[in-house]
Design a binder for this molecule. Structure first.
Ligand code: PLP
Length: 375
């Protein structure tokens, strides 16, 4: 039998984007000379301003990572200890942030087309949990939630609306960054994300006092010798901020490359957004300029997805079950099940995807996926 060729090194689901090493080293030399390594130095201050400008929001607070940014945003909005409606189709950090802040998470199901929290499901949940104080939806894969319907529900019920926008950097809806929606939105700048600072995150809030509160919360709750509230350490270091400043200029080019590679995958796989195709992608919100943060494929059933996983693994290609499992299935969670999220989690894969990925590799992976589905 013919030996199958295998990739070495392995092809993983993504590859971190890096700036030119010289550009980063110039920053490192400058930081060494200044001896200011952290505590909101000039690099963090510049990155904060540059990101606010890039996103077109009045201001933004940097944090050490997206998970802590979620936790601080929950506190900032007064949601700690309260009941919050959220989605089970997300990375576990959305949920862990709620639990660490003493919140009671209640899962509403997702829309089967967009894979984002279904506003009708939120309404149903509110009937059962009238005491809920907030909603925490996720802009899954950089797609937009139904922001108008969710704002309407939150407005009518007096609920806080906090978006997990960890995937949403660079996505705009009707020309506005997804970070501008809700009472606050949280970003992650982890190395695997579209824009990163190795580890990092941010909070964008429309509330006037949010930045001051967040500055205090992320730096132990005191200014000089005046202790104002309980804080934690969630600051971003100068070396992390420098990575962000070096990478930010390459974001527009990366967005364009991602769009091209998506079109290539779509064509080679026969993927589209309709519900009746064999392979489909989540349906994008109308008027969304998508950031193409990931390349997710929804397979017809669990068996097909697992067959593709296995066949690609034989060639040392490793898509990721993102998201799996549905968070309703976690061993430390009790509560109602969400059939749509549970079904999708069983048959979705994110295929290898990064902005400077070789076009031949895209064609090759698409060919292997098709071959596997025919078998
Ligand atoms: C990455 C991610 C987070 C967590 O961000 P970190 O910076 O890794 O802490 C939260 N939510 C979602 C949806 C994510 O993808």
């Amino acid at each position: 039998m013919k030996e199958k060729s295998s990739f070495d090194p392995p092809v993983c689901v993504t590859r971190a984007t890096l700036p030119p090493l010289d550009a980063y080293m110039d920053c490192v030399r400058d930081i060494f000379a200044s001896r200011q390594l952290t505590n909101q130095g000039s690099y963090a201050a510049r990155l904060q301003q540059s990101l606010a400008d890039f996103l077109g929001v009045p201001s933004l607070s940097l944090c050490a990572n997206g998970t802590l940014a979620l936790q601080l945003a929950l506190r900032c909005l007064g949601l700690n200890g309260k009941t919050v409606i959220t989605t089970p189709f997300t990375y576990v950090a959305t949920l862990s942030a709620l639990l660490w802040e003493g919140c009671t998470p209640v899962f509403a199901d997702i829309d089967p087309r967009s894979l984002c929290l279904d506003p009708a499901g939120v309404e149903r949940c509110l009937k059962e949990h009238p005491g809920a104080a907030g909603i925490l939806p996720v802009h899954v894969y950089g797609n937009a939630c139904d922001v108008d319907a969710l704002a309407d529900i939150a407005g009518r019920r007096g609920l806080c609306l906090l978006y997990d926008a960890a995937h949403a950097f660079g996505s705009t809806l009707r020309g506005t960054s997804l970070f501008a929606f809700g009472d606050a939105a949280v970003g992650s700048f982890h190395a695997t994300k579209l824009f990163h600072t190795v580890e990092g995150g941010c909070v964008v809030s429309s509330r006037a006092d949010a930045n001051d509160t967040l500055s205090l919360l992320r730096a132990f709750g005191h200014v000089g010798d005046t202790h104002k509230c309980l804080g934690i350490n969630a600051k971003m270091s100068e070396l992390h901020a420098a990575m962000g400043l070096c990478l930010l200029p390459s974001v527009p080019d990366g967005l364009a490359r991602r769009a091209r590679l998506t079109a290539l995958y779509d064509e080679a796989l026969g993927v589209d957004e309709t519900m009746n195709g064999v392979l489909r992608r989540p349906a994008l919100a109308p008027d969304l300029a998508w950031n193409h943060a990931y390349y997710p494929v929804i397979f017809p059933d669990h068996g097909a997805a697992m067959r593709v996983m296995r066949d690609l693994a034989e060639r040392n290609i490793h898509p990721r079950r993102y998201f799996y499992p549905s968070l309703t299935r976690l061993p430390y969670i009790q509560g109602a099940s969400c059939p749509i999220a549970e079904d999708i989690a069983e048959r979705v894969l994110c295929l290898p995807f990064w902005p400077d990925m070789d076009e031949d590799l895209v064609r090759k992976i698409a060919g292997l996926v098709r071959e596997s589905l025919r078998a």
